[in-house]
Design a protein around this ligand. Structure first.
Ligand SMILES: Cc1ncc(COP(=O)(O)O)c(C=O)c1O
Length: 385
């Protein structure tokens, strides 16, 4: 059988990983500033993580949601403590798309409405409503198309107000990433998030903070939306939550009341996933990783801003993006193949950095040095053309 060929692949086989580094089958070492797409939060193969998951595997890996699983309660408490949202309620699932799917559905259950406001350049996942609320027609199948999604310009308070004024009674929810990831590292302004809060409260709509990529401590606060000083009604999470173990979830404000079988999943919240997620939070707490993300992130941002060739250096903590001019279009490729540094991208010309929250300053220095060398080499090459 062949694999269904949907991913353009780099010809690299990773066989070993530790902290912010991975190794390929030829023994080459790479600095990982991509984190497998913002997933590696506490660093690869962290000893506490390996131990906690292995120990759980030896006890019980899975049983369904028909029995009491104390690890779920333990996770809810720890998550409440670290996120500061102690009065919220946790529902566990398996991925970011599923988290958003549940959030959007939950909102509609709450207010009985159908319309969803999403924003230009948003990405919320590939399942039915999540993909419909994603601003990329190329990945929306005809069966997923719905007139219920309204796309508005990002950070545009006037158009948001006008939309609520015109059809506020029909709006079920507003979904927004605190920092758009796939869209190219676009930071939602504090006043825009505050405006969403105000309008959702005024019109009885549900504010959904998609924190799948920008959340879980990556920006230096637990949720990047927290920078605005307002609470959303639902936060969706995944990626960094399990440091590679598939787990997602939503946390739901106390005013939203549960009902039996309103939501459900077979695998969500299984023992092994909870052990992985608990290990992540324990390491984040013990090693002060949110603070490290803020500090190392600032250090990187400041370092990047010193290169006049890189445009619009932006982001928060360890979610960073910058525009690469046409003359340096091979920069990302060369960082990987010449300097063995993994970075992320956003089409057409953004390099995205999404490393582990445990990234050290010395690793940031290694990257900045390689970047400097490569910018100089490419600039020289251009000059001789
Ligand atoms: C902001 C955001 N939401 C949702 C998702 C979907 O998550 P998953 O791929 O786990 O379904 C992603 C994935 O990149 C994302 O960046």
């Amino acid at each position: 059988m062949k694999l269904f060929d949907v991913y353009p692949l780099n010809d690299i086989t990773i066989v070993k990983a530790k902290g912010s580094y991975v190794w390929d089958s030829n023994g080459n070492q790479y600095l990982d500033l991509y984190g497998g797409h913002a997933v590696i939060s506490i660093g690869h193969t962290h000893p506490h993580y390996v131990e906690r998951v292995s120990e759980q595997l030896r006890k019980v890996a899975f049983y369904s949601n028909s029995i009491i699983n104390p690890l779920q309660q333990e996770l809810a408490e720890k998550l409440g403590k670290l996120s500061g949202k102690e009065d919220y309620q946790l529902f566990l699932c398996n991925s970011g798309a599923e988290a958003n799917e549940n959030a959007l559905k939950m909102a509609s259950f709450v207010n009985g409405r159908k319309k969803i406001i999403a924003f230009k350049k948003s990405f919320h996942g590939r399942t039915s409503l999540a993909v419909a609320a994603t601003d990329n027609p190329a990945i929306v199948a005809p069966v997923n198309q719905t007139p219920n999604i309204i796309f508005l310009p990002f950070n545009d308070e006037a158009s948001l107000e006008a939309c609520f004024k015109a059809q506020g009674e029909e709006i079920s929810s507003v979904i927004i990433e605190g920092i758009q990831g796939v869209g190219g590292i676009n930071v939602a302004s504090e006043s825009f998030l505050q405006k969403i809060r105000q309008l959702c409260t005024q019109y009885g709509a549900v504010f959904i903070a998609d924190s799948v990529q920008c959340g879980y401590g990556r920006t230096g606060k637990f949720f990047s939306h927290d920078y605005a000083g307002v609470n959303a009604d639902i936060y969706s999470m995944a990626k960094g939550m399990g440091n590679g173990f598939p787990i997602g979830g939503i946390i739901i404000a106390p005013h939203i009341k549960p009902k039996y079988s309103m939501l459900g999943t077979t695998f969500g919240g299984n023992h092994l996933a909870c052990a992985a997620a608990l290990a992540v939070l324990e390491v984040m707490e013990q090693e002060n990783l949110m603070q490290n993300a803020a500090e190392t992130g600032n250090y990187l941002i400041e370092g990047l801003k010193k290169f006049p060739q890189l445009q619009n250096v932006r982001g928060r903590g360890l979610m960073i993006g910058f525009d690469v001019p046409e003359a340096l279009k091979d920069l990302r490729k060369n960082l990987l193949w010449k300097h063995r540094i993994f970075t992320g991208e956003a089409k057409p010309n953004v390099i995205r950095l999404l490393p582990s929250l445990a990234l050290q300053q010395k690793d940031a220095d290694l990257f900045l040095e390689a970047l400097g060398e490569e910018i100089a080499a490419l600039t020289m090459q251009q000059a001789t053309l």
